[in-house]
Design a protein around this ligand. Structure first.
Ligand SMILES: Cc1cc2nc3c(=O)[nH]c(=O)nc-3n(C[C@H](O)[C@H](O)[C@H](O)COP(=O)(O)OP(=O)(O)OC[C@H]3O[C@@H](n4cnc5c(N)ncnc54)[C@H](O)[C@@H]3O)c2cc1C
Length: 591
């Protein structure tokens, strides 16, 4: 399976849709264009040359489980070790612990590329990065010194362990127990399910971050604590010692990402696994929330990643495959299917959705960086709220797009799309999980409506709507016939989003069930208005730059396609939000 990292588009989206350039002008970044492009070029090469060729091998081979051990597919260990040795794992980690301290925005572009190479490969490091983040923010000095250098270098990998059979979306229902051992450590007993990279042979140690409950903890999410539980305990000199009392008891057989081992983990066969508290007792959820934005963004990027690969593959196939004739062609001739209007429509849809989702994800990453790097507390807070607002949109919109685009990719291939050997079907199978893990897309929509609309009394979303309106006004003022109806359609989408937002803000107080029924269409509407507007931002920037490399005609055409073919759904979605709650049946109506 080939993958060519779309460096030019990635850089353009970052600089102009996500406004990396503006942030740089504001002093948030000190990375020049040459360095930015050099880092991304190198990442693209590794993703295309080393990771992508392993994607199919991983899908076919899976991760066999025998006697508690898991063997990763052929070639994966070398690829992982080469990747870690090149420093990719610590790109965004603090320099103090061996990282490079680069912006989250640059890491976001790289995460996209690792996952375009292979989603099953890309998800492992996402969890290590989340563990690094949690430890950096909340770990004691001793834990940081012991674990961070090896996690940052990638010598050890991390896991995040929340889910239990009765505690999925409802994390507060978890039962894994932690008891104080009296020596400053804790004994962990219980079972976790669906743990990504819970066991594998890529690294000699695995550092599990586990949510558990102390005996005297209050119920629900207020009584959850976070613990670091290494697979292998360390000797006093830091070398690997005895196995801890934690093991993988089985792995799942999944629809996709076959090379990502998904494990059931058992803690405490022999009295309890030794764990160390991260942060404070009963404050585990707060620790998890610190890194939620980035872990969710990483999963969002998986959606973009798979959409990009599926689009590239569909375009290649559509150029090669010949069937039928274009109107007006001679009887004896046959056209490449890319000549057919319906195939071109599908390809444009794939490209437009992919780029809109990418723009939203990168904008979220820039907001995360601003939240950390702005000079004033007020600016940091506003940026943090912006990141919080965009994160659920990025996660759910981009992963929905991943599946939709992968499905269109199968369609472009016709019957061959349904045959595994083309690889189009693997994209569809792999893409599906991103809509589910790291908080289902339904939960993301609820988060957007119930927690993000009310941020700062509605100011966060209002400010964002103003920015979208400013772009629409610029498109209209450009008065460029190449934009067609872009300004009008995007204007309608932003107005529809404003209408639905106001309705939901009021409904949340008066009729919360009606607000929740409209959450998913609202999130889609948000993604459409934001993504379409950012594609217009890219087109406007390309026109301003007026050099051939900026590819203005194609960027304008793509923004126009999105506005005229995708943004047209906005009014319908707004009506579903504001008028549709009454027709969502009661549970009893399902018999
Ligand atoms: C391959 C894979 C890898 C995973 N990796 C990890 C991992 O590394 N670590 C980890 O801790 N977990 C992991 N998970 C677990 C994953 O995060 C959960 O499966 C996910 O959060 C959903 O929980 P659930 O499966 O219990 O579904 P449920 O919570 O049972 O949800 C079922 C349906 O009900 C909906 N629903 C639930 N509650 C509500 C509500 N209040 N309002 C409206 N709708 C609701 C959901 O949106 C969903 O559509 C993984 C899962 C898979 C399949």
């Amino acid at each position: 399976m080939t993958y060519r990292a779309p460096i030019r588009d990635i850089v353009f989206a970052l600089r102009h849709a996500a406004r990396f350039d503006k942030a740089r002008a504001d002093g948030i970044y000190d990375l020049d264009d040459e360095t930015l492009e050099a880092v991304l070029e190198e990442a693209g090469k590794y993703a295309g040359d080393v990771i992508a060729p392993l994607n199919r091998v991983g899908d076919k081979h899976g991760t066999p489980f025998r006697d508690g051990a898991i063997t990763m597919p052929p070639g994966w260990k070398d690829a992982y070790r080469g990747w870690a040795a090149a420093g990719w794992n610590g790109l965004v980690a603090p320099e103090q612990w061996g990282g490079q301290g680069l912006p989250a925005a640059v890491n976001a572009a790289c995460i996209e590329m690792w996952n375009s190479g292979s989603m099953a490969f890309g998800i492992g490091p996402v969890l290590t990065m989340a563990a690094i983040h949690a430890l950096t923010a909340h770990g004691s000095d001793a834990l940081k010194q012991t674990y961070l250098p090896k996690l940052v270098s990638g010598e050890w990998m991390g896991t995040m362990q929340l889910t239990e059979p009765q505690a999925g979306s409802d994390v507060g229902a978890l039962r894994t127990k932690a008891e104080r051992a009296g020596d400053g450590t804790y004994r962990i007993t219980g079972q976790k399910i669906f743990i990504t990279y819970g066991e594998h042979d890529l690294t000699d140690n695995i550092i599990h971050l586990v949510l558990a409950r102390l005996p005297d903890a209050p119920p629900g999410t207020r009584g959850i604590s976070l613990f670091l539980v290494p697979k292998v305990l360390l000797n006093a000199d830091g070398s690997l010692g005895l196995r801890n009392d934690v093991r993988a008891s089985s792995i799942e057989h999944k629809v996709g990402i076959h090379a990502s081992p998904t494990c059931t983990m058992v803690f405490g066969d022999n009295g309890g696994a030794t764990g160390w508290l991260v942060g404070e007792e009963n404050r585990g959820m707060a620790c998890m929330f610190t890194m939620m934005n980035e872990a969710r963004l990483a999963v969002a990027l998986q959606g973009v990643a798979i959409a990009e690969t599926a689009t590239q593959q569909a375009i290649d196939y559509a150029r090669e495959r010949r069937q039928g004739r274009r109107p007006g062609m001679a009887e004896s001739a046959s056209a490449a299917i890319i000549e057919h209007a319906d195939v071109r429509r599908m390809l444009a849809q794939m490209r437009a959705l992919t780029r809109a989702a990418r723009a939203i994800c990168y904008a979220t990453a820039v907001a995360i960086d601003r939240g950390r790097r702005e000079a004033s507390v007020a600016a940091r807070t506003a940026a943090h709220e912006r990141a919080s607002l965009l994160t659920p949109v990025a996660k759910a919109f981009a992963t929905d797009i991943g599946s939709e685009v992968a499905s269109l990719g199968v369609q472009v291939h016709g019957g061959m799309g349904f045959i595994e050997e083309t690889g189009a079907a693997q994209h569809l199978r792999d893409a599906r999980i991103a809509q589910i893990y790291e908080g289902t897309n339904g939960i993301q929509a609820i988060d957007l409506v119930t927690r993000k609309i009310p941020l700062e009394g509605g100011k966060t979303v209002a400010t964002y709507l103003d920015e979208l309106r400013a772009t629409v006004a610029t498109v209209k003022a450009a008065n460029d016939p190449a934009f067609g109806a872009t300004g009008d359609r995007l204007g309608e989408a932003v107005d529809a989003l404003a209408r639905a937002t106001a309705w939901l803000a009021a409904a949340l107080r008066k009729e919360p069930d009606a607000a929740l029924a409209g959450a998913a269409p609202y999130l889609r509407l948000f993604g459409i208005a934001a993504g379409g507007t950012m594609l217009a931002d890219e087109a406007l920037a390309a026109l301003r730059l007026a050099d051939a490399g900026a590819d203005a005609p194609n960027r304008v055409a793509l923004a126009r396609f999105f506005a005229e073919h995708v943004a047209t759904a906005a009014n319908g979605l707004a009506a579903s939000v504001t008028e549709g709650a009454a027709s969502v049946p009661a549970a009893a109506a399902f018999g």
